[in-house]
Design a protein around this ligand. Structure first.
Ligand code: G3H
Ligand code: 13P
Ligand code: ZN
Length: 309
């Protein structure tokens, strides 16, 4: 089974009313935990690599780990650059074997975002690689922020057709109220499903991507806080909201923080119980297992992509 693009995965996900999990990878245990769960659940899979991950582990190590996982599990995997900020990093990843890249031009004005995204699309498509663009800036909804400021960060549905048509992107990340990290909402979690619906109307059949989609699973936050961590007020996107998004046009759901929390909770618990351990295999084995169980939970209960390989 090979490295694949997300093209077929998204087509089937859109038609089937489920979403593909895009999980961030940074080391061997994370790659193994995710791919073991995907294999057992027969799920299609996107592994994504950020600029920070490339800096930490080096491009070649991550690529080889993913190739090893493909050989070991027999899975087809899409390898994706997460939040590419310029043409150069996208080109490096395309030339270095990734099958998908994100060009995140969301911080630029609309016309500049289009120009940059189109430059990446032209190069990527000439090499058989697919591209995710982004419109709108991710932000949490805060009770004390007024409506016009809030709306400024959300994706403007009036812009999506022109953006997709002019750039030729294969998928589009939109901002509807999710945000990165473990502190997504100060008050009640709220997502702008009205914007998602409007985008879906303007782009029928087109795959939408949701970033910042960890649920910040309370069971792991609890363990972290119990064993010396300090994460009061950590809050994520409720699972039922993600399931709703997955049943709509959202075909790719990005999850990183929940993996970090599971891994950290496992290691904190391990050292609280066995303070004398100093063999990394003793604390990384249960950490890898924790990643596997989180991913299994997401595939089956949140994304609905189990059995869809
Ligand atoms: O969207 C960001 C991802 O969670 C990756 O985070 O840049 O710390 O690797 P990172
Ligand atoms: P979380 O921080 O919610 O896991 O989001 C990850 C993400 O969007 C990676 O691009
Ligand atoms: Zn993201």
């Amino acid at each position: 089974m090979p490295l694949v693009t997300s093209k077929e995965m998204f087509k089937k996900a859109y038609e089937g009313g489920y979403a593909i999990g895009a999980f961030n990878v940074n080391n061997m245990e994370i790659v193994q935990g995710i791919t073991e769960a995907a294999k057992e659940e027969r799920a299609p899979l996107i592994l994504q690599v950020s600029a920070g991950a490339r800096k930490y582990a080096k491009h070649v190590y991550l690529m080889k780990l993913i190739e090893a996982a493909i050989e070991d599990t027999g899975l087809s995997i899409c390898v994706h650059l997460d939040h590419g900020e310029d043409f150069e990093i996208c080109k490096q990843c395309i030339d270095g074997g990734f099958t998908s890249v994100m060009i995140d031009g969301s911080k630029h004005p609309f016309a500049e975002n289009i120009k940059l995204t189109k430059q990446v699309v032209d190069y990527a498509h000439s090499k058989g690689v697919v591209v995710e663009g982004e419109l709108g800036k991710l932000a949490g909804i805060e009770d004390d922020v007024n409506v016009s400021e809030k709306d400024a960060a959300f994706t403007d549905p009036d812009q999506v057709e022109e953006f997709v048509k002019t750039t030729g992107v294969d998928s589009l990340a939109i901002a509807i109220g999710t945000s990165h990290g473990a502190f997504k909402f100060k008050g009640e979690p709220r997502l702008r499903f009205d914007i998602l619906e409007e985008v879906q109307k303007r782009l029928p059949g087109f795959p939408i991507v949701l970033h910042g989609a960890s649920s910040v699973m309370p069971e792991y936050v609890e363990i972290i806080n119990k064993y010396g961590g300090q994460m009061p007020g950590a809050k994520g996107v409720p699972e039922e909201m993600l399931r709703k998004a997955a049943s709509m046009a959202v075909c790719k759901i990005n999850i990183d923080s929940d993996l970090r929390l599971a891994l950290t909770a496992s290691i904190r618990k391990h050292f609280a119980e066995k303070p004398g351990d100093f063999d990394p295999r003793q604390y990384l084995s249960p950490a890898r297992q924790a990643i596997k169980e989180v991913v299994r939970h997401k595939l089956v209960h949140v994304l609905g992509c189990n059995g869809k390989d």
